[in-house]
Design a binder for this molecule. Sequence first.
Ligand code: ATP
Ligand code: MG
Length: 249
Amino acid sequence: MLNEIKFREQLQFAYQKLEELDQTKSEFISIASHQLRTPLTAIKGYLSMVIEGSYGKMPEKAGGALKNMYASNERLIKLVNDLLSISRIEAGRMEMNWGQGNVEEIAKSVMEELEIKAREKNIKLILEKSGASLPQIRLDSEKIRNVILNLIDNAIRYTNRGSIKTKLGVENNKLKVRIADTGEGMTKDELDKLFESFSRGGAGNKLWTEGTGLGLYIAKQFVKMHKGDIWAESEGRDKGSTFYIELPL
Ligand SMILES: Nc1ncnc2c1ncn2[C@@H]1O[C@H](COP(=O)(O)OP(=O)(O)OP(=O)(O)O)[C@@H](O)[C@H]1O
Ligand SMILES: [Mg+2]
């Protein structure tokens, strides 16, 4: 009996230590990310001015190198933002900026942002609406924008030909977003782990090795904060993928 009590005390002590360590880890990521964001934003600003010619005309060769630097810097900014989101989610410190928002406007602005990327791959971005105008809903528009951006960004990355169709509508008293691509598709195994953190699939390893596997994990957390649902379907490799989001009206 005495031994058992002692064992339990030790276990509790170990657990407490682990929790403290976990807290320290989250704080470290949060601080490190904040410190990284400022210089990365400065680099982005200066680079875009150099590219635009604000400091004089650049030789053509240098122009290409500068664009690569800009793209790498953008990747770093996405990574740092993702890590910051994760540390906030895990610490339960993600702040919500609630307001009334229009998902159609959000989807349009995401498509504008990704238009060039899609055109470079010769992929068509299509927006469809079922029914009349969509109702405004209560949401954190930056987070929902991030979710839709991640889904369409994935669809472009993991599709080599065809189109990406985004469909908006109201079903069963919920606002539904459906994003269907004609790309790599996913196996049943991949579908099972899709929304876990740092989970990367066959398409990721094949078409974009630089990804971190955080996009969908964060998207799921953001949708959960809206009491909504997110899931994916695919008939298998090379059969395309369809992602769904449902948000309460
Ligand atoms: N539309 C899609 N078609 C096929 N596979 C997909 C699609 N979307 C996601 N996946 C698979 O799911 C994995 C996880 O996606 P997720 O967006 O979470 O991470 P990622 O794209 O690998 O990296 P990042 O965090 O930088 O976005 C991808 O690596 C890819 O294999
Ligand atoms: Mg992604």
